[in-house]
Design a protein around this ligand. Structure first.
Ligand SMILES: *[C@@H]1O[C@H](CO)[C@@H](O)[C@H](O)[C@H]1NC(C)=O
Ligand SMILES: *[C@@H]1O[C@H](CO)[C@@H](O)[C@H](O)[C@H]1NC(C)=O
Ligand SMILES: *[C@@H]1O[C@H](CO)[C@@H](O)[C@H](O)[C@H]1NC(C)=O
Ligand SMILES: *[C@@H]1O[C@H](CO)[C@@H](O)[C@H](O)[C@H]1NC(C)=O
Ligand SMILES: *[C@@H]1O[C@H](CO)[C@@H](O)[C@H](O)[C@H]1NC(C)=O
Ligand SMILES: *[C@@H]1O[C@H](CO)[C@@H](O)[C@H](O)[C@H]1NC(C)=O
Ligand SMILES: *[C@@H]1O[C@H](CO)[C@@H](O)[C@H](O)[C@H]1NC(C)=O
Ligand SMILES: *[C@@H]1O[C@H](CO)[C@@H](O)[C@H](O)[C@H]1NC(C)=O
Ligand SMILES: *[C@@H]1O[C@H](CO)[C@@H](O)[C@H](O)[C@H]1NC(C)=O
Length: 396
């Protein structure tokens, strides 16, 4: 690729007045960047998207550096690339394109989500395309947040081509998996299993545009005895109370006193106390985990449709559970997950945006237990390919 354009350089050098006024085309800028040679030659094999990038206007490409391309075998995308699954790779490439020009100066210290070209429902069942999170952290470090809590750092900014903006990133962006597979990545296996137990149609993974408030395993375990004794109707009512359907609500949508209607019909109330965010009386302990069909916010307590009026003491974090009950020794409901015989692996993939509204540099190591991660629903597309993935190391 580069040798093609090196021919152009002497010519441009002869006419500096023209060159300084005229921005290079997408192909020229990409092909002429020393850090993008691998991506540039890779992209040319994907003529649909390469053509679209060449002829479209007003988009932003987050272009993986040569280092990022070299690292693919060590990331969760390795199986997708190993198997040369063109559809899935095409989806990964679309996920690297923001649907508008975004200069890095626009990125603030509050995590914000920007739509991408990844709109195919097989890979991203969210209206207007799957989002990428962008946040500016201390020390002018710019981070792109994608699926599984993966984080990529912007290493070169605001490279302008005639039709688009390019930022170079040091790791590929990972398209998020549907709810159940994502929940397993984030060790939210109890609530994921409870959803499966209550609803064999797997609404939470197959519906578009869902917001899911997911109690962590500790919260589910603390009242596991009570939960396991609920009838299937009661359990469905409880799990549906953790879902806002047909609406992807990133944390930026939450104000103090925001009320939401859950899928079970009862209201949820969001409250803010200092840096803490609560849903009813449960504290949000991880916000904005992207999933293929929406977003997850992690809670430290289980919500109950019978206690929709529960309000927190805004001065303290963890509140008393609203569901009374006895703890169980094992993480409940995990036997309802689609695969229970898979090998257990742990990964060090990072989790983004953990703490509250303070935003910057709040990444915490996410311990992603992959128990049962394989063969989670939809065998097609990314979730199939990624469900069988190798350990998602090296994403940090
Ligand atoms: C390539 O990347 C290196 C290291 O990140 C950087 O110093 C250099 O300026 C980059 N080159 C271009 C053309 O952006
Ligand atoms: C492009 O595709 C051809 C044929 O499938 C393959 O041999 C080649 O390695 C690919 N090039 C890149 C850069 O992926
Ligand atoms: C969406 O992706 C699936 C699986 O790769 C593919 O079969 C289908 O044609 C795609 N749909 C569109 C509209 O591109
Ligand atoms: C996307 O969501 C729609 C509406 O909820 C649903 O009918 C469809 O099956 C979903 N598609 C996939 C591929 O999950
Ligand atoms: C669950 O139901 C069993 C059988 O009815 C009962 O013995 C047990 O005490 C119940 N556990 C809880 C926590 O309610
Ligand atoms: C809600 O209250 C009803 C009536 O007391 C009870 O039968 C049901 O188990 C409760 N549901 C949950 C999820 O606690
Ligand atoms: C959410 O789901 C419930 C139950 O299926 C349904 O009655 C309601 O219309 C849905 N809400 C929206 C906004 O689609
Ligand atoms: C949120 O509202 C409550 C009650 O209206 C109030 O006590 C609290 O200070 C508010 N929080 C913030 C951050 O303003
Ligand atoms: C997942 O959650 C369970 C239950 O709280 C906990 O015992 C376990 O250590 C967690 N696993 C990881 C990998 O964090």
């Amino acid at each position: 690729m580069r040798h093609l354009f090196s021919k152009c350089l002497p010519l441009l050098a002869l006419v500096p007045s023209v060159a300084s006024q005229t921005l290079g085309s997408f192909q020229e800028v990409l092909g002429g960047n020393e850090n993008l040679t691998s991506f540039a030659s890779f992209l040319q094999n994907y003529t649909d998207i390469y053509g679209a990038l060449s002829w479209s206007r007003d988009f932003t490409l987050l272009a993986p550096s040569n280092d990022a391309m070299d690292r693919i075998p060590y990331t969760s995308l390795s199986t997708v690339f190993d198997s040369a699954d063109r559809d899935a790779i095409g989806a990964v490439l679309q996920y690297h394109v923001l649907s508008a020009i975004r200069r890095t100066e626009e990125v603030s210290s509050n995590l914000q989500f920007f739509p991408t070209w990844l709109t195919n429902a097989t890979y991203a069942n969210v209206t207007n395309g799957q989002r990428i999170g962008l946040v500016q952290q201390a020390g002018d470090v710019l981070i792109a947040v994608s699926g599984g809590g993966a984080r990529s750092t912007v290493t070169s900014r605001n490279i302008q081509a005639s039709n688009c903006m390019i930022h170079v990133i040091d790791n590929l962006l990972i398209p998020p998996l549907p709810f159940t597979a994502s929940a397993v990545q984030f060790n939210l296996t109890a609530i994921a299993g409870a959803f499966e137990a209550a609803d064999p149609t797997d609404y939470v993974s197959t519906a578009s545009d869902v917001t899911i408030f997911a109690p962590n395993n500790e919260a589910m375990q603390a009242i596991g005895g009570t939960l396991q004794n609920l009838s299937s109707t009661e359990l469905a009512s409880l799990t549906n109370y953790h879902v806002v359907n047909n609406s992807v609500l990133y944390s930026s949508a939450f104000g103090n006193g925001t009320t939401l209607t859950s899928r079970s019909g009862q209201q949820l109330t969001v409250r803010v106390g200092g840096n803490r965010l609560f849903v009813n009386s449960a504290q949000v302990i991880q916000q904005d985990l992207l999933i293929a069909n929406g977003v997850i916010h992690v809670l430290d307590n289980v919500l109950s449709p019978n206690a929709s009026a529960a309000a927190p003491n805004l001065e303290v974090g963890t509140q008393a559970p609203v569901v009374q009950g006895s703890a169980v020794a094992d993480v409940p409901f995990t036997t309802f997950l689609p695969c229970t015989t898979c090998t257990t692996e742990t990964s060090s993939s990072a989790t983004a945006t953990t703490t509250m509204r303070t935003t910057s540099s709040t990444a915490q190591g996410a311990s992603a237990s992959r128990t049962g991660a394989a063969e989670i629903r939809r065998p097609n597309g990314l979730s199939g390919a990624l469900g069988l993935m190798a350990v998602a190391a090296a994403l940090v």
